[in-house]
Design a protein around this ligand. Structure first.
Ligand code: DAH
Length: 341
């Protein structure tokens, strides 16, 4: 019986090689490994053997089954490949047709601008310092030299929580105090990005939430020349080496002196257009030398330390760069807008 089994095996392997279609292959399977197939039949005959012959026979049957199964799988693969090849060569499939493109998401334009800003400041040695969105009145205003009755508070009306004195930050500037209190007495070079909130009428030019990127450098002998040099370098890296820039005096309670940085209009190149309101210049950030009171509130003695700070709005910068006319587009979640970036 063992001989008979080996013969069946040999023949089955031979006839398997001759199959060339799926139908051939399936009928081979039925005749060999199927429920009524030859090999299966053999296993049923074990009972007719002497008890001492049974284990060897059983083992051989199992080996043969496994090998035939493997050979079957390989043959199926071969037939499939041949089918595909014949379809391709008979032109049933046009492999030159373009594929269907898979739909992919992308980074939000605000995120793209933020990352561009991080990269530039990172190259210049500034680390990212993350600070909280929910602040106290003390950090958002008082420690930044904006006392309760200060008229500058009108510029920064905000959202209040049900806990008195706990508000949503109106700017990233309170992060300056957190960073100073954490790093004192080390020198500081950080940028502080994040979402800010203001209680405003939503219009094409103002939103109730937007990003800012704050910057802070504190150390010994930091001067206005460092501020001008560093911010000029940033503006050129961000908007192009050839672009003209200018500083204009301004007022912020937390810096003295304070300034604003303008770049030559990106859209008209200084000729004058609607975006720059025919001035040829675009305002991109506020800056100044950190006010002695703010340094002191951060723990740094203004007699020994000085520093500069700045704050910019990435959405505003993106609007200027891409000529976006309505700030509401950023959080409106309209794919027709978002897909353009
Ligand atoms: N916090 C200011 C604002 O929200 C922006 C700003 C101006 C930040 C000057 C600064 C700065 O650090 O020095 O309008």
């Amino acid at each position: 019986m063992l001989d008979e089994l080996n013969l069946i095996y040999k023949q089955a392997l031979g006839s398997l090689q001759e199959t060339s279609t799926r139908e051939d292959l399936e009928s081979w399977y039925r005749q060999t490994l199927g429920r009524k197939g030859q090999v299966t039949q053999m296993t049923r005959q074990v009972g007719q053997l002497k008890p001492e012959e049974r284990p060897m026979f059983g083992q051989r049957v199992n080996e043969i089954k496994q090998e035939l199964q493997l050979a079957y799988d390989a043959q199926l693969d071969k037939i499939r490949t041949a089918e595909i090849e014949s379809k391709i060569s008979s032109d049933e499939w046009d492999v030159t047709l373009p594929g269907r493109r898979r739909w992919r998401g992308r980074l939000h334009p605000a995120t793209q601008t933020l990352r561009e800003i991080y990269r530039i400041w990172g190259d210049m040695g500034f680390q990212i310092y993350r600070s909280r969105d929910v602040e106290t009145d003390e950090y958002n205003f008082e420690l930044l030299n904006i006392p309760k009755d200060h008229p500058a508070r009108d510029m920064w009306d905000t959202f209040h929580t049900t806990t008195p004195g706990v508000i949503l930050r109106t700017h990233t500037s309170p992060g300056q105090i957190h960073a100073m209190r954490e790093y004192y007495p080390e020198p500081i070079r950080v940028i502080l990005p994040g979402m800010c909130y203001r209680y405003e009428q939503i219009t094409a030019r103002s939103e109730i939430q937007f990003n800012q990127v704050e910057g802070l450098a504190v150390g010994e002998n930091i001067s206005m020349a460092d501020l001008k040099g560093t911010l000029s370098d940033f503006a050129k890296r961000m908007f192009g080496q050839e672009r003209k820039i200018r500083f204009r005096a301004n007022y912020f309670p937390f810096t003295e002196p304070s300034a604003e940085l303008d770049v030559e209009c990106i859209l008209c190149g200084g000729e004058g257009c609607q975006v720059c309101k025919h001035t040829g210049w675009l305002e991109i950030l506020g800056c100044g030398m950190v006010h002695p009171t703010v340094l002191r509130n951060g723990g740094y003695d203004p007699a020994k330390y000085s520093g500069f700070a700045f704050g910019m709005g990435p959405e505003r910068i993106a609007m200027l760069k891409y000529g976006i006319e309505d700030i509401r587009a950023f959080w409106g979640n309209d794919l027709r807008f978002l897909e353009q970036f």
